[in-house]
Design a protein around this ligand. Structure first.
Ligand code: 13P
Length: 254
C-alpha cells in the first residue's frame, strides 16, 4: 500500500501478561515480523515486563513503548514512573491519555499535555489518545470533543515536537466492544483531527503527523482501515495479546 506517511502499528497490552508470558509473545512476534520494513512496529507491555522485553527486542525491528509516564522528573512521587526510567529500558514511545486513564485516573487534557512535554524532554515519542464516548457521538458532540482534546492535550508542544508525536483516535465506544468504527467514521474523524493540527501548528506539520486508529481492530478489518487516506496505523488492544493475530493484522495492513 502506498501511503503518504509510514504506518505505525502499536500493541497496547494494557494490564496483561506476566514477564514469562511477555517473553513468549515477543518470541513469536520476532520470528513472524522479522522481514517487515514497511511498518513501524511498537509493543507496549506493562512496566513490570519492560526490563526483560527490552533485552528480548534488541537487534529486532520491534520498538518498545510504555503505557503511561509521570509529568514530573525524578523525585518524591510515590508510585510514579519518570521518563528517564523508561529510557533506561530503551523505550522510544509512550502512550498518553488513553481513555481508560482519562476515565479511571481522571486524567485531564492539561495533565496529558504536561506528560507529552515531559516525554519529549526525555526523547520519548508520545502516542496521545483522543476519542469520544458513545453519548458524545450520539449527542453530535464528536467534533467538539475531539477539538477540545486535541487542543488541550497537545498544548505547549513545538512544531518539531508535534512532528515526532503520534495521535491515536480511539472512539471510546469501540474499545474492547467488538464495535469498530466504520471506515467512513474513522476517516472523517482522522481528517477532522488533521484539520485541527493545521490550525494549531501548520499545514506542513499536519501533513507529517501520523494518526492511528484504535478500537476493536482485528486482522479482518486491517486493510480497509489502513486504506483510508488519513489513517496512518493502529493502536491495537486485544488483538495484540496473541502473536498470530497481531502479526496477521500487521501483514494485512501492508
Ligand atoms: P481493543 O483493540 O481491545 O478494542 O482496545 C483498543 C485500545 O484501547 C488500544 O489502546
Amino acid at each position: 500500500m502506498n501511503k503518504q506517511r509510514k504506518l505505525i502499528i502499536a500493541g497496547n497490552w494494557k494490564m496483561n501478561k506476566t514477564v514469562a508470558e511477555s517473553l513468549a509473545l515477543v518470541r513469536g512476534l520476532k520470528i513472524e515480523l522479522a522481514n517487515i520494513k514497511e511498518v513501524d512496529i511498537v509493543i507496549c507491555p506493562p512496566f513490570t515486563a519492560l526490563s526483560e522485553v527490552s533485552k528480548a527486542v534488541i537487534d529486532s525491528n520491534i520498538r518498545l513503548g510504555a503505557q503511561n509516564m509521570s509529568e514530573n522528573g525524578y523525585g518524591a512521587f510515590t508510585g510514579e514512573i519518570a521518563g528517564g526510567m523508561l529510557k533506561e529500558f530503551s523505550c522510544r514511545y509512550v502512550i498518553l491519555g488513553h481513555s481508560e486513564r482519562r476515565q479511571f485516573q481522571k486524567e485531564s487534557d492539561e495533565l496529558i499535555s504536561k506528560k507529552a512535554q515531559a516525554a519529549h524532554a526525555n526523547s520519548l515519542k508520545p502516542i496521545v489518545c483522543v476519542g469520544e464516548t458513545l453519548a458524545e457521538r450520539e449527542g453530535n458532540k464528536t467534533e467538539q470533543v475531539l477539538e477540545t482534546q486535541v487542543k488541550g492535550s497537545l498544548a505547549g508542544l513545538t512544531k518539531e515536537q508535534m512532528v515526532e508525536t503520534v495521535v491515536a483516535y480511539e472512539p471510546v465506544w469501540a474499545i474492547g466492544t467488538g464495535k469498530t468504527a466504520t471506515t467512513a467514521q474513522a476517516q472523517e474523524a482522522h481528517a477532522f483531527i488533521r484539520k485541527q493540527l493545521v490550525g494549531l501548528f501548520d499545514e506542513n506539520v499536519a501533513k507529517r503527523v501520523r494518526i492511528q486508529y484504535g478500537g476493536s481492530v482485528k486482522p479482518a478489518n486491517a486493510r480497509e482501515l489502513m486504506e483510508q487516506p488519513d489513517v496512518d496505523g493502529a493502536l491495537v488492544g486485544g488483538a495484540s495479546l496473541d502473536a498470530r493475530s497481531f502479526c496477521v493484522f500487521i501483514k494485512n495492513s501492508i
